[in-house]
Design a protein around this ligand. Structure first.
Ligand code: HEM
Ligand code: HEM
Length: 206
């Protein structure tokens, strides 16, 4: 891989000793523990969000779906918080993360990841804006987030009414493409991309 970032970090596994233990921070060969924890925790939470909404659409409102649907807004807020933390962590690690290669596929992967981040921010933000403009009370994890005012503010509710569901299903399609590409890398290209985010520290890509 040709380097955009010159100086490898001291924690980078470039020494003769193979890096068995994952570092907390990212290196140029692998995502560290914090990035992985955020990636997989968020992947699980997104799975829950989509499963809940899909079941609600198929089965309709019922006692069975009430729990899934009831967790949607608090977990959406948690996802937004985690996404902000993840972006800050990515920026803090920006000079020491695995690089995209310079090929068209590398550029596409970078664009795909940027699109994922944009949607992960936009979808819950629009929904929260709607919540604030709805005039209805909302609390998450015992914390009061919005108060009951009884006054709806249309410019705050309209964007999510129009886009929240649509953008969320677009995100699901993008995630499907992302997962398929991760599996293609692992099973067909066998280039170690998956092990940057899963399993033990990836070997150097040369
Ligand atoms: C990143 C997290 C989120 C994802 C992936 C997500 C995804 C979805 C999906 C797929 C639907 C179903 C759309 C349909 O019926 O076709 C939906 C609906 C809904 N979501 Fe979310 N959501 C998220 C965050 C939030 C947050 C933070 C709130 C509120 C604070 C919220 C409130 C709602 C509401 C009220 C609905 C039903 C009305 C509608 O379809 O717009 N969501 N969401
Ligand atoms: C089974 C599910 C998943 C697999 C196998 C998977 C796999 C991976 C792999 C291997 C990478 C590293 C790619 C590289 O180094 O070029 C990665 C990065 C990434 N993944 Fe996933 N992923 C999954 C689910 C998700 C989900 C649900 C999301 C969120 C919507 C997501 C968002 C991202 C993003 C934004 C990156 C860029 C790296 C970063 O800055 O954090 N992934 N994923």
């Amino acid at each position: 891989m040709n380097g955009k970032f010159s100086a490898p970090s001291p924690a980078s596994p470039q020494t003769s000793e193979p890096a068995k233990k994952l570092p907390w921070r990212d290196t140029e060969n692998t995502y560290g523990l914090v990035s992985r924890l955020l990636h997989w925790a968020m992947a699980l939470l997104f799975g829950w969000q989509f499963m809940g909404m899909a079941i609600k659409l198929i089965v309709g409102r019922s006692p069975l779906t009430a729990f899934l649907v009831g967790t949607h807004r608090p977990l959406g807020l948690l996802l937004l918080t985690l996404c902000v933390a993840r972006i800050l962590w990515a920026l803090y690690n920006r000079r020491r993360r695995p690089r995209y290669d310079a090929s068209a596929t590398g550029r596409l992967a970078r664009l795909g990841h940027i699109a994922l981040y944009v949607l992960m921010l936009l979808i819950p933000s629009l929904a929260l804006l709607r919540q604030f403009g709805s005039g209805k009370a909302f609390s998450a994890f015992g914390l009061p987030i919005t108060k009951e005012t009884g006054v709806e503010i249309t410019w705050m509710t309209a964007p999510a009414d129009l886009l929240h569901g649509f953008l969320a299903w677009c995100l699901l399609a993008l995630i499907a493409g992302h997962v398929i590409m991760a599996l293609v890398h692992h099973y067909r290209l066998k280039d170690g991309i998956l092990s940057r985010m899963a399993g033990s520290a990836a070997p150097s890509q040369g």
